[in-house]
Write a protein that binds this ligand. Sequence first.
Ligand code: NAP
Length: 283
Amino acid sequence: MLIPLGMAPDTEVAAGVIGFPVRHSLSPAICQAAFDKLGLDWIYAAFEVAPGDAERALHHMRSQGMAGLSVTMPHKADVAVAVDELSPAASALGVVNCVARDGERLIGHNTDGAGFCDALVADGVELAGIGCAVLGAGGAARAVVAELARRGASEVAVIARRPDRAASAAELAGSAGTTASLADIGQYRLVVNATPVGMAETDGAGKLPLDPSLLHSGQHVAELVYNPLQTPLLAECDRRGVPASTGVGMLVHQAAHAVRIWTGFEPPVAAMTAAATAALGSR
Ligand code: NAP
């Protein structure tokens, strides 16, 4: 039996997020806002699940008849092994960030890449046929690289400090995948920061992941870091007239996919964005 954080133990929870730690997660604010706006009498909760205990959480989901789970660190790979079936995106990446029911079966999805691309499309970026540079080769970068290729990007170049990890991430883009160096970023229509550089309360806080003098107004920069909302990279883009997207768009749109999968309803993205922004602002 899992106990929902900050709620009575016997609260009837429809969906929730598992992670460790999980207290910092914005998913409860974003998904509860979606359920409320949709007029659903659903409660979304956070569950602190210790490393190695993901299977117990899936058992809880089954036994309590929950509609879905969001999955965050450190459970994404364990859940991919424990579910009954994987979506094509989750199967390609080997990690799951969303679990849904199909009758008695649990299906593992990965909505990060689709959420990232949907956020860019909402910001008016055309993805088909463009060249993209993705900085970083970790979990988020891998999801972004795979989906950019799926959406028809002509080139997806991974730029990372460990060549083996860069090459492995680039493989996810198939024939569009390649590796490049930071000096090349001026050549790409889309530049994505999928490193934690710029993130508050880390070694990268206040820092830039690239040389901003290489950016120009014909490009679009996508930031994945959302804490702080205005990162040093986004401030440089503002200063130089380079169009850019914050990390909140991906955060909201990956949750929007989950809400659509769980409820079957079109997610209220504006209400979810407002909830995410308010939750970030209150930190
Ligand atoms: P991760 O798996 O730890 O990968 C981080 C990547 O960045 C690795 O390739 C790492 O290189 C590289 N890196 C770390 N520090 C660096 C530095 N100082 N200089 C250059 N490269 C560096 O992390 P992740 O899960 O992919 O997350 C990356 C960022 O995206 C985080 O800030 C996270 O909060 C954000 N994110 C946002 C969303 C959203 O919805 N907006 C979703 C997911 C993640 P090494 O392997 O060499 O260490």
